[in-house]
Design a protein around this ligand. Structure first.
Ligand code: 13P
Length: 288
């Protein structure tokens, strides 16, 4: 069933769990995400990033995401990830998305507040939840479209991390429902081992007391996920490493070169690899 973000995040936080938010820019990813969530019997978030518009448009994929969410046996949130433009955020709400992200994290603090407030006012009047970002989660050079890509040696710089006191001012001023925070994760493939400032997550949570969101959430150690969840993370954005797991399953399947291959079988194999990776992540995020 299609549900709002608030109801799943508040419950997850109370139970020290996090809800996985899978980016699903094609039908196979939508199906794998729903099947994995039903198998593990847990809520899930299907999300489309504005930056994935080159893969598929919101008009094309959005209605399919909503259709699968409505038919699912588990609660499913349909969310716009990294909404940058006012038009795209309005479009997601018009389609029936139950949650949107306004990502103005590249703008100065006051402008981030002003842009976020504008979206919150409209979204809340329609019963739609809002995620915003404070600090900035970088994107590695092997990643796609969700944040700024600096030189690889700049990744790990801490001046883009979220400041706990500033986070409180931001949340008080904007009344967002959840906040994406920067503490060392990176969108895309980790080119060096992430060093996560997990204490910062707790400090931010103690100030803002609303569910926090981990971006760059795939490719992290299981124990780090658990600590991050204990400390305040209730939504984990997860894309790159599941994407790679699907491709790895396909690569293994195609190794035997004495066989006739069919595209439909290739898609099945890749989707199974993806689904298994999703299920593993869902279990870790649930603490099971
Ligand atoms: P990953 O690239 O680590 O999977 O993160 C995805 C994400 O944060 C989308 O917003």
């Amino acid at each position: 069933m299609l549900v709002g973000l608030q109801e799943v995040l508040v419950k997850a936080r109370a139970e020290k769990q996090a809800i996985a938010a899978f980016n699903v820019p094609n039908l196979e990813m939508i199906r794998a995400a729903i099947q994995a969530a039903e198998e593990v019997n847990t809520p899930v978030i299907l999300q489309h990033a504005e930056g994935h518009g080159s893969l598929i448009s919101l008009e094309e994929i959005g209605p399919i995401m909503l259709q699968y969410a409505k038919r699912s046996k588990v609660p499913v949130v349909v969310h716009l990830d990294h909404g940058k433009s006012f038009e795209m955020i309005m479009q997601a709400m018009k389609l029936g998305f139950t949650s949107v992200m306004i990502d103005a994290s590249d703008l100065p603090f006051e402008e981030n507040i002003a842009r976020t407030k504008e979206i919150v006012k409209i979204a809340h009047s329609l019963g739609v939840s809002v995620e915003a970002e404070l600090g900035h989660v970088f994107t590695s050079s092997l990643g796609g479209g969700e944040g700024r890509t600096p030189d690889d040696d700049q990744i790990g710089e801490t001046d883009i991390y979220t400041d706990p006191k500033q986070a409180k001012d931001f949340v008080d001023a904007t009344t967002v429902d959840c906040l994406a925070v920067a503490f060392g994760t990176v969108h895309g493939v980790y080119l060096k081992e992430p060093k996560l400032d997990l204490d910062r997550v707790k400090k931010i949570y103690d100030e803002v007391k609303i569910p926090l969101v981990m971006h760059g959430g795939s490719g992290v150690e299981a124990s780090d996920y658990r600590t991050a969840i204990e400390n305040g993370i209730a939504k984990i954005n997860y894309y790159t490493y599941a994407n790679q797991a699907g491709a790895a399953a396909l690569r293994d399947y195609l190794k035997a070169d004495n066989q006739d291959y069919f595209l439909e079988d290739c898609i099945e194999v890749a989707t199974k690899g993806l689904r298994e990776d999703y299920m593993e992540a869902l279990k870790i995020f649930n603490g099971k």
